[in-house]
Every structure is written in C-alpha cells, then in structure tokens.
Design a protein around this ligand. Sequence first.
Ligand SMILES: Nc1nc2c(ncn2[C@@H]2O[C@H](COP(=O)(O)OP(=O)(O)OP(=O)(O)O)[C@@H](O)[C@H]2O)c(=O)[nH]1
Length: 808
Amino acid sequence: MATTEECHSIQLIDGDGLFNDVGTDRLIKEIKLAECGLSYAVVAIMGPQSSGKSTLLNHLFYTNFREMDAFKGRSQTTKGIWMAKCAGIEPCTLVMDLEGTDGRERGEDDTAFEKQSALFALAVSDIVLINMWCHDIGREQAANKPLLKTVFQVMMRLFSPRKTTLMFVIRDKTRTPLENLEPVLREDIQKIWDSVPKPQAHKETPLSEFFNVEVVALSSYEEKEEQFKEQVANLRQRFFHSIAPGGLAGDRRGVVPASGFSFSAQQIWKVIKENKDLDLPAHKVMVATVRCEEIANEKYAGFTANESWCLLEEAVQSGPVAGFGKKLNSILYTSLTEYDAEATYFDEGVRSAKRKQLEEKLLQLVQPAHHAMLGHLRSGTLEKFKEAFDKALNGGEGFSVAARNCTDACMALFDEGYADAVVELANWDSSKVRDKLCRDVDAHVASVRAAKLSELTSSYEAKLNEALSGPVEALLDGANNDTWPSIKKLLQLETVSAVSGLSDALSGFDMDEKTKEKMLTSLEDHARGVVEAKAREEAGRALIRMKDRFSTLFSHDSDSMPRVWTGKEDIRAITKTARSASLKLLSVMAAIRLDDNVDNIENTLTSALVDTKNNAAVTDRSITTFDPLASSTWEQVPPAKTLITPVQCKSLWRQFRVETEYTVTQAISAQEANRRNNNWLPPPWAIVALIVLGFNEFMTLLRNPLYLGVIFVGFLIIKALWVQLDISGEFRNGALPGLLSLSTKFLPTVMNLLRKLAEEGQMPATNSSQTNQAVASKSFQNGSSTSNMSSSASSGITASENSTTKGE
Ligand SMILES: Nc1nc2c(ncn2[C@@H]2O[C@H](COP(=O)(O)OP(=O)(O)OP(=O)(O)O)[C@@H](O)[C@H]2O)c(=O)[nH]1
C-alpha cells in the first residue's frame, strides 16, 4: 500500500488498559488534528479475534495495522486499542482497531476489557464497524451475538445517545445475495436490542434512536482477493465526507472539538476504567472546561510574552505613550480572537465563561500600565494647565476668566488624552483620576489666587506706606493746630485712592462682596495703622523734636536768621515763646486724633506746665495742689489712641526744661558779656567832666601841632598793642583772667612789634613800596587770625562771636 508509511498507527490503549497520552498527543500534533475543529470523524472496528479486522482497515483506510500472518495460523495480533489516521480521506478521519472479542488469550470469563473497549469505542466513535462472518448470520450461537449484546448494554450507560452508525461488515460473503442476508441480520439485531435490559428512561426507545444500522458484505480476502479489494474500494468511497449531511455519520451528535479529542478520550477511558457511568453531556462540559481553561492560559501566557505589550508596558513606566489605548486594545483583541478561534467548538457556556475569566485576567494584568498612563496624563495635563494659566495671567487676562478658560481647556485636554488611552474591553471609571485632576487644578488656582491677592494687597500697602510715612512725619515735625486735620485729610485721600485701586484690581477675581469688603477694610485699617505707627514712632522722639523746635525758635529770629544776643533781646519772652511752641508739639504728639473726637490735652498741658501759677505748683511739688498730669490717661482719649500719657508728658517736660536750661543760661551770659563789652566808655557825666576839665589841655594841643603828632603816634602804638594783644577778647572772660593773660603776652608782643619796625627800617628804599604792601597784607592776616582766635575763644554762642567782630 502506497500510503502506509505516512499513516503509522499508535497503540492508544495497551493490553493492560493503559492510555498512551504521550503517543496520542504526538499523533494528534503530527496530523494537525487540533486545527480541524469539528471537521473530523472517528471510526472503530469490533469483531471476533482474527476475523480480518486489521486486513480490512488497512485496505479500506490505507493504514498499517498489524495483520496476522496467514501462514502462522490464527492467533491474537491486536492487543488493546490501536489508532491511526485514515490516509487520503476528507475530513480528517481517525480509525481505531480494537482487540478482538471472544479472545482465547483472556479466557472465556474475562470479558471486562471487551466491555470497556466496546464502551470506549461507542463513546468516542462516529462510526463503528462490526466485523462478522457471513456464516454467523441467523445462527443462534453466532460469535457476534455476545458482542452486540455488550454494545447495546454499554450504550445505555452513555446517558444520551450519540447516534452512532453501526456498520455490519459481513465477511466471506457467500453466494446468498445481501438482500436476503440483511433482513435476517436486522432481525437478529432487533432481537438482541429487545433482549437487552434498559433503564426506565429508555424502555421504549427504539434502536434507531441510538444507532444507524448499515450492512455491507465483502467477499473473502483470502479466496477472492480481487473482488474483496474492489468491494473495499467502493466501501472506502462512503467514508469520504462522512460527517456531511447524508454521510455515514451525518446525524452524529455531541462531538468533542478536535483539540479536545485527546483529553476527552483519555478522560472517557479513565471513567470507564473506574467503572463509573459515563455521562457524555457532562463529559463534554468537563472537556470544554479543561480545554477552554488550557486555551485561555495559553493566550494569557502568550499575551505576557507579547513583545508589543512588553514594550508598551516598559514605555509607559517612563512617560505617556501616544495611542496607548489603540495599541493595547489591538494586543488584547488579538489574544481574545485567538482564544475564540480555538475555543469556538466547545460548549458555549463554558467557552464564554472562560473567555470572561481570560478577559478579567488580561485586564488585571494591563491595569497598572493603564493606571500609569492615566497618572502621566493627569500630571502632564496639570503641568500644561499651570503653564497656560501662568501665560494667561501674564498676558493680562482677568484671574477668574483665565482660571475658567484654562480649567475648561485642561479638562478637555484630559478627556482627549483619556479617549486615546481608553481600554475598550474594560469599563474602568476614569472619574477618580478626573476628579483628582480637578482637585489639583482647583488647588493650584486657589494657591495662585492667594498669592496674587497677597501680592496685590502688599503692593497697595507698600504704596500706602510710601504715601503716608514721609508726609505724616513731616506734618508731625511741624506740629501745629492743623497737623492732625492735615494728617486726617492725607489719610483719607490716600486711603480712597488705594481702596479704589485695589477694588478695581479685585474685580477680575470674581470675589463675593463680603470678602472684597473685608479686604478693602483691611487696607483702610492698614493705612490707619501706618499713620498710627508713624505717630507712635514720632512720639518716641518727642523730646528731641521739642528740643529742636526750642533751639530753632530760641536761636533764630522771626526771619530765621541766627540770633545775636546784643543785649536788647527779651530772653524771657523768647524762651516763653519757644517753650510754648515745644509744648504745642508735645500736645500734638500726645495722642492720635484721626477721629472727630475733641480733647483737652493742649489746655491741660499749658495750664499744668506753662502757666506761672501751676508752674509754681509743679516746682513747689505741693501735695495740696491738684496735678492734672498725675494720670496715665487723658480725658476723652482712649488708651489705644494715647501716644504720650500725662505722666510721661510731665516727665518729658521736666527733662526738656533741664536740657534747654543751659541754652537759656548761655544766652543770658552771652547777653551780659556783650553788654559789658559795649560799656567800655565812661559814664556820660565823666565824659562831660573830662571835656570841662580837659578843655585847656585840648586847646594847648590844638595850638601846638607837635603835641598832636606825638599824641597821634601814641594812639597808633596803643591801637597796635590793642589789636595784637586782643585786649577786648582777653577781658571777655573777666578782668582777672584778662589781666593775667595780658601780663604774659605783653612783653613778647612789644618785642615782636619793635623787631618788625627794625626790619622794616633796614629795607632798601627801592623796595619800600612792596614792603608797604607786605606789611599791609600781614597786618590784614593778623587782623583776621585775631578774629579767628577770638571766634574760637568764644564759647560757641553766636551773640558773643558777633560782639567780638563788632569790637574789632
Ligand atoms: N477467510 C478469510 N480470512 C481472512 C480474510 N481477511 C483476512 N483473513 C485472514 O485472517 C487472518 C487474520 O487476519 P487479521 O486481519 O490479522 O485479523 P484480525 O481480526 O485483525 O485479528 P486480531 O487482530 O488478532 O483480532 C489472516 O491470516 C488473514 O489472512 C477474509 O476476508 N476471509
């Protein structure tokens, strides 16, 4: 036979009942049975031992089952069950050669294997050939009768019939035509069927419900080989397209998909061996469950090893992947489509349940990657939002409008990104990630808003600080009756301007009126605070300011010119004016007067510190007199508005008086000194007496010009000494110190004068004119140095300086 090599047979179950799973799997793989789905058929042959079964199969299906050597005598060749693929028959057909029945080798009583193998063949095959000798037909003791009985009995154990085709192959056909043999055979079969005990459910079930009975007769292979071969060739034709409607196995039922054949056969044999009932429908479900599970696991493993998936999973760890959803969906669909293709012929319920499980497992596997992708999407969108928001704000867009627009754009961007990353199989809820993004965006908007608002407030506060601090300081410095009204006006003006500016700026923030009002009020309070703080700061310097004001007024006249204490000034009046101006300053600085409240501070201070009567009381420290300043609060002024308390005022005033006392004393001394300097002329009566008594001498001088010349020279010498010795300057500090100083200076000065005169006398006549100039210049320098000396000698009092200059 040409094709026997191609279709080698395997021992499916050995003589000891051991199932050859490895061999079966190998055969199935070899003949690619798994790809056949339901398009395959299984044929089995039963019959007495050495009845030419193997010979028939090998001729019919071009298989290579072992045949008995005709010359060695009849003995068992086929042990257990063998299986091979029928060569050249479509669809793929498997054939099983069963161990012969009534075998002498197992003994008459050992029919267990026979029954088991019969049941197995019926459970697995679509067509069962029953090989029988022609001469056994109609015989009571026919060899195939027990076999048929067994077949029918075990068939009852299959729960539901598969509608197996039983083909009776009559061997060694005699001259009796088949038309005559067949009815006898069918009658025999019917009798046996009727005689078989059946379960209640199948008591009345006809044979045709379980079996299609076919009968063929073949000539003897040994005697009429040519005829035999011809008949077999014809019979072979009937096995083509056997599963098609009208074919030999056209109405078979409950077929196990080809990929589950090996497992199914193995399980069926296992159940049969354990002598359990073989529930074919349940078995089908079981096979489907196992196989679908296997396929699903295979697909899952295939998915995890899929290169595209591995790359995608790796890529998404480090950043967003464009088209993530599309890529992932494609890989997932491929796996599931493969599963569907392989599991398609298995029980639908089982198949879809396992598909669902596979889906769930795959989704569980990809979920972290999807989650990572959403994470990237969320953080990326947030970053883009921040950027766009920043840009919009810098571009001058209103805060609320910018926030709204950017948020909308950001959410749209997220939705777009999510659509790109969505896993179609999964019904994952994106709302959590979306909500988180919303929260992040809102938090960012809130923080930027807070920062912007604080920036705005700070800028307006800084503007107010600048606009108020300096002017308030200047106003307080020049404290007068208008100081506080002016400060109040300034505060009002600046506050209104700042509040309106801030209010305009806040309009872009879409704020509720209450918050806005609060912010504006806070700005107003700040402005007030600036003024109050400045006032407090200035109050701390009240003493210095008072002293400054006092010394300004005391040392300068009404034209702001430095005062010269000539002796005509009324120091008492000047002091009083200067003190009252300082007191005015103190009273202005004593309290904050930004409200319309009227207070009595100035009057209280004036009456307590300046008025002579009260002044006396202060100096006397009389315990019986009421002291209005012995308090830490002012009447009508709340403590918060008090800058200098009455007690502090009193203490400040005392300090002020002590510290200004010296200036006044100095002024008085300077005035007295000046007065003394100007009184060097004798009294008028002495001058009159001098004129009267010295008239004669005066006339003598007039009459004699020589005397006049002598007097003139004497005058020059005295004048020169007066200037050189700075006599008026020396006597400024009193007569005694003056005399002492003069006595030490007199002799060197005279000597100096004489030396100069001598030097000038020796000078040549030609240089006389230059010498005269030099002397004049020297004399000028001497004069100015004297002036400087006297100036430095003066004790810094302008009045005495002037008097010295005047004296010169
Ligand atoms: N009379 C007769 N003998 C045949 C026929 N076909 C085969 N034989 C002979 O029968 C003997 C047994 O043939 P096998 O094909 O081995 O029989 P078998 O039923 O497979 O035998 P086991 O496997 O041992 O059960 C051989 O010697 C064959 O030559 C036939 O059509 N008529």
